[in-house]
Design a protein around this ligand. Structure first.
Ligand code: SF4
Length: 325
């Protein structure tokens, strides 16, 4: 299976205020140039503002997460800050449910941080007496979509300013998109295994043990229901990709790739490649330098396994999507 990464722009959901639209409670926006100018090159955005969509208007009174009491399993509501009788918990959940059909076609979602509707984590929670309780909350709209799309890559706008987090998110979105194009419509075990095999070295760079565990799941999958197996494999692959790829694990995966060229390189070529991988390991060279040389030598080997490795496909950094100032 030779997977092509990008065909058209990939549909991705986004909090509308990040697009520069003045939909915030105070009539402002939180435009993210990283999202619109940089990631907009590869993403086709579906901008949504749940608070406006449920009729709260602009401007509107701010809302916040309120726990009914300090216990761990206390009920959480989204209430008005000025008027606590305003409760928009159910409307926000219902709105999330209503956009599920539209979001079936998106392959990632970028949420605005610190929002009781859109924030993915670390949202301040209050007690009914108005005192701050903790910062362990999640936006109610985002939480509902997380439940409905458990494997979809999701990230916060602010975190995408970090080059490594952005690269990791792109890798997840590309993989999730590829899954829908190559496996979703035809989840025969042979295709699932081919897909996993193409991603194997990339997955190893993100989490070695979990990748081996997934290999075992597939090795023991004879007789399993195809759809159920596909869902488990997708969930495990997407979870593995949420782990940041360390330079050490990437080096390991690059060395595995180099191993497939054994017998096809001269002594000098092999030494040059080994030296380059070591320079990458020590942080002296970017991964793209190693990938370029590996790809240069690839035509010499007839082994389809290494030709199809997604690790060797154009990575986000090479597409100019990682450095942005
Ligand atoms: S954070 Fe979400 S709810 Fe708040 S303005 Fe942005 S899109 Fe609307």
């Amino acid at each position: 299976m030779k997977i092509e990464l990008l065909t058209d722009k990939i549909p991705v959901g986004i909090s509308q205020c990040a697009m520069g639209d003045p939909v915030r409670y105070n009539g402002g926006h939180k435009h993210s140039k990283v999202c619109t100018q940089l990631l907009g090159r590869v993403f086709e955005y579906v901008p949504l503002c749940p608070e406006v969509a449920i009729g709260m208007g602009v401007p509107r009174q701010p809302i916040r997460l309120v726990k009914s009491d300090p216990s761990a399993d206390a009920e959480i509501r989204v209430l008005g800050v000025d008027d606590p009788t305003l409760d928009v918990t159910e409307p926000l959940r219902e709105y999330a449910d209503s956009v599920v059909p539209e979001l079936q076609q998106v392959r990632g979602y970028i949420f605005m941080q610190n929002s009781p509707s859109c924030g993915l984590k670390g949202i301040r929670r209050y007690l009914p007496n108005g005192h701050g309780h903790d910062s362990d909350g999640m936006g109610v709209y985002a939480q509902r979509l997380r439940e409905r799309f458990p494997d979809m890559p999701m990230e916060e706008v602010g975190r995408l300013n970090n080059n490594e987090i952005r690269e990791n998110f792109l890798t997840q979105v590309f993989a999730y998109d590829a899954w829908f194009r190559y496996v979703h419509e035809d989840p025969r075990p042979a295709r699932i295994i081919e897909f996993f095999t193409a991603y194997k070295y990339l997955l190893l760079a993100h989490h070695q043990q979990k990748t081996r565990d997934l290999g075992q799941v597939l090795a023991n999958s004879k007789g399993r229901d195809h759809e159920e197996l596909a869902l488990e494999v997708r969930a495990r692959m997407m979870e593995i990709l949420t782990h940041m790829a360390t330079r050490k694990d990437k080096t390991n995966a690059l060395m595995h790739s180099q191993g497939h060229l054994k017998g096809y390189l001269s002594k000098e070529e092999k030494a040059e490649l080994t030296e380059l991988i070591d320079e990458y390991r020590r942080g002296l060279k970017p991964a793209s330098a190693v990938l370029t040389l590996l790809r240069h030598y690839l035509p010499r080997t007839p082994h389809s396994f290494i030709h199809n490795q997604m690790l060797l496909a154009a990575e986000p950094a090479e597409m100019g999507l990682c450095d942005f100032h």
